[in-house]
Structures are given as C-alpha cells and as structure tokens.
Design a protein around this ligand. Structure first.
Ligand SMILES: Nc1nc2c(ncn2[C@@H]2O[C@H](COP(=O)(O)OP(=O)(O)OP(=O)(O)O)[C@@H](O)[C@H]2O)c(=O)[nH]1
Ligand SMILES: [Mg+2]
Length: 452
C-alpha cells in the first residue's frame, strides 16, 4: 500500500529516461509547485510561462551551474499527469541527472514512487486503469505485436467495450433495486425476460473477450513451440537453422540432446518460443529418460508442435505408429527432414507434411507454415484481453451473471438478484478502474519503474 499513503499534494520528481550515459536525459517534475520549484533553481524566470513552451537555461544550485538544459512547461490539465509539470532535458550522464534531482529535492520536490506519475494521470482521469496497465505493458513489450496490442489498449478500445456492457447492466440494477424499495408490494419494474436476454448477450460478449485472452497471451509472450521427434531426426539441426547460429549440439549419436533448450525466434513480429527437446524413445539411460520426461512435459504445455521425422530412415507405416503416440495438440506441423537425401513421393506421406533439409538450411516450406500460424494472431481491430487480471475479472463477472440467471429462474427475491448484479458490475468495473480497491491499484502501479 505504499503510495496510496503518499501525499498527492506533493510535487514529485523522477528521471524519466534510463540510467546510463546517453546524449540526453529527462527529469520529470509534476505537481502543484512544479513550475515554482523549477523556477527557484533555474536561471530564467518561467513562473508565468505558458503551457507547451520550452525554455533554454541552466539548472543552478546556489552559485553552481549544474547543467545546461531545456525546460518544457505544461499547465494543468494539459500534461501527462493532468497536473502542472516541467520536463527538464539535460545532458545524459547519471551524475548530472542525480545532481539535477538533488537540486529539485532541495527546492521542495519529493522523489516519486514507482508508478506514481502514471497513477496521478489515472487519478486525474487522463487514463483509465486498463490504459495505465497498457503503459506498463508498452514499456516492457519486446516485440512489434505486443507493442501494437499495448498501444491499442491504451487508446481505450477495450475499456469502451466494458463500459458499454456495464451501462446496460447498471440500468437493470437500478430497476430491480427500485422493486426492493416497494418492499411488500408485489411489483416488478424490471422485465425478467428482457433481463435474461441482456444477460445472455453480456455472457456472449464476455466469452468473446475471454477467448481473446489466449490470443492476447501469445502476442505478449510468444507462441510456445516444441520441436519433437525421434532421436537423430534433426531437431537440433533445425533449431540451429531457424536461429541461424550453432546454438544446440548436433551429432549423429542418437540421444545427443538431453535437456530442453529454449530460444526465441521472431517471424513477422510474432515470437515463437522454440523448445528443442530430447528425442522420444524408450531409453535405459537415466539421464536420457529424464530428458524424455521433460519432452513430454514441454509438449503438454505447448501451443504448437513441430514434429520432425527422418524421411531417409522412416517408412510411412512407422511414421503412422509414431504419430499415434503423440498427444492431441491444437496445432501440429508435421515435418519430413533430410528430404535432400533421396527421392520421395509426397503422396506416400500424410497430407500437409512439409519437406525440408535442416542440414542444408532448406527450411522455407516450414517457414511458410509458421507464417500461417503467426497470421492467426495478427492484430485486427478487435479487442484483445491481454492481461491476467482482466481475464480473472471477466471470469468472475461471468460467474456472477450466471448466478443472476439462476436467481431469476428460481424466482429468487429481487434483493438477492440485485446483489448478484452488483457483484457482476463490481467485477467489470475493476477492469477499467470505475471501481477500485487499494489492493488492485497497488499491485498495478508497483509494476512500473520510477519515473513512469
Ligand atoms: N542428410 C541430412 N542429415 C541431417 C539433416 N538434419 C540433420 N542431419 C544429421 O542428423 C544427425 C542428427 O541431427 P541432430 O540435429 O543432432 O538430431 P536431433 O533430432 O537433435 O537428435 P537428438 O538430440 O539425439 O534427439 C546429425 O548427424 C545431423 O547432421 C538433414 O537435413 N539432412
Ligand atoms: Mg538434439
């Protein structure tokens, strides 16, 4: 509960750029006294400066010039936080940045807590909670797709959907609560059939949002992809070919890979988390057995299985037997490796088999398949839920709505039905921050780094 205890009347400061040597570094000052505090350690008078103006001058500590800077002035409410703010761009040395901040602290600013800057923006209605979380996601996003998703969410598409759902429900809650006020009199303002239809509609929409969570997760974290197959099929060779580096040991000894090896491969902005595994076979070697156990575990968690077989030493009947032993996966790509080693008839093999030569780096047919998989996750304009907290709140509101339905069907009293509706509203509101509790706020904003 650290910064909910902090005084929001304070003027805060923090570096907004990472520590380290760079051309420039920016220090943020935000709060009621932002402009006057900077003014008291700046060799120009900016006390009456308009918003959106930039001022050249020096930060001074007594008689000492700390740095030559540009100070950008923002007037409330037209700033990131909605408060008066000054952004000081100085030279990018950690020492200078520290000196600027020390000077500001001396003149009455307080060091910002991590996330406090964005929390103020939230409290001043500059962002809603889902958008604030998107800022955190954007800062930590590591691929183009996850960045796009965070940007989308920041623009508020997600929040708008939720707000629409909530509004319809609020209207019904009000009607049902009105019934309560009439107590003994047996009145029904809220048409139960209409309410049931609305809830069914809501449940469908919530379901849609929830199922986008899986796709959202992929964009954020990458597609868990397991490369499996018999020993010597060429799995490690394939991993190396995809990464274009000699990452895994390759040898003609069956059972070379024992531990799983994980590397990220990015294709069209989508990350594949490639896992090279120990070849699948019954083995008497203890360590290899452990490796095979790990392979099976990885497969059970994977979203995509790339199953490799050596076409030069496997017959179609043998392959069919192998495939029977595989777990059912949502997505599997069957790959015939060592295709350069001899003639083959593609008709002899299962449909959709792709033929490659990992050793010769002839892997384009597989790349095409991976692109096809990646395209499922491409970002449309649809709302994507990408956050475990949102998914959780959606699940809980879905449960609460189900309860409302059950309540209507079993002719529960209107005060009980109203209670379940309120609960569903509460869960939906938690997502956008229309309803907040300290615990949620705290867990979100502590994920930020100082200065954000
Ligand atoms: N001719 C040919 N040989 C290949 C090809 N890909 C891999 N090999 C060879 O097959 C042998 C096994 O390759 P690996 O990549 O170690 O096979 P693996 O599936 O990782 O094997 P384990 O780790 O033991 O399960 C090595 O001698 C590779 O050089 C290919 O496309 N063509
Ligand atoms: Mg291997």
């Amino acid at each position: 509960m650290h910064f909910l205890m902090q005084n929001l009347q304070d003027t805060i400061t923090a570096p907004a750029t990472p520590a380290g040597v760079s051309a420039l570094a920016m220090v943020r000052v935000s709060g009621k006294e932002a402009i006057s505090i900077v003014n008291s350690c700046f060799d120009k008078d900016i006390s009456n400066a308009d918003g959106y103006t930039i001022h050249y001058g020096h930060i001074v500590d007594g008689d000492t010039r700390v740095d030559e800077v540009l100070a950008s002035v923002f007037r409330n409410p037209h700033s990131y936080t909605g408060e008066d703010s000054v952004e000081i761009s100085g030279h990018g040395s950690p020492y200078i940045t520290r000196r600027i901040i020390e000077t500001l602290l001396k003149n009455g600013a307080r060091m910002a807590e991590p996330g406090e800057v964005t929390m103020r923006a939230f409290l001043n209605n500059k962002l809603d909670l889902a958008q604030a979380e998107a800022v955190a996601d954007m800062i930590s996003s590591n691929s183009e797709a996850s960045l796009q998703m965070a940007l989308n969410q920041m623009r508020g598409g997600f929040s708008k959907d939720i707000a629409l759902l909530r509004q319809e429900l609020i209207d019904f809650a009000a009607l049902i609560e009105l019934e309560n006020d009439f107590g003994e009199e047996d009145v029904e303002f809220a048409d139960r059939e209409k309410l049931k239809r609305l809830i069914a509609q809501l449940l469908t929409q919530i379901e849609k949002l929830r199922s986008s969570f899986a796709a959202g997760n992929v964009l954020k974290n990458g597609i868990n992809t397991v490369i499996a197959g018999k020993p010597n099929a060429g799995k490690s060779t394939l991993l190396n070919a995809l990464l274009n580096e000699e990452r895994a040991i390759v040898s003609d000894i069956a059972g070379t890979t024992r531990d799983t090896i994980e590397e990220v491969f990015t294709l069209n902005g989508i990350q594949f988390r490639l896992i090279d595994t120990a070849g699948l076979r019954e083995s008497t070697d203890t360590i290899e057995q452990i490796g095979v156990g790990k392979t099976k575990e990885s497969m059970s968690k994977a979203e995509l299985l790339v199953y490799l077989f050596d076409i030069s030493s496997t017959s179609p009947t043998e392959l069919a037997a192998e495939l029977k032993l595989l777990p059912q996966m949502d997505q599997t790509i069957l790959v015939a490796n060592k295709a350069e080693s001899g003639e083959y008839k593609s008709g002899d093999w299962p449909e959709n088999t792709v033929f490659i030569s990992a050793k010769n780096k002839e892997i384009n047919p597989l790349i095409f398949e991976l692109e096809r998989v990646a395209s499922h996750y491409e970002l449309g304009n649809e709302t994507v839920v990408n956050n475990a907290r949102h998914a959780d709140a959606l699940a809980k509101s879905s449960d609460a709505l189900q309860k409302v339905l059950d309540g209507i069907d079993t002719e529960l009293t209107s005060d009980m039905v109203a209670l379940d509706i309120r609960n569903a509203l509460y869960q939906l509101g938690l997502i956008t921050g229309e309803v907040t509790n300290d615990e949620v706020l705290d867990s979100i904003f502590t994920r930020f780094c100082i200065g954000k």
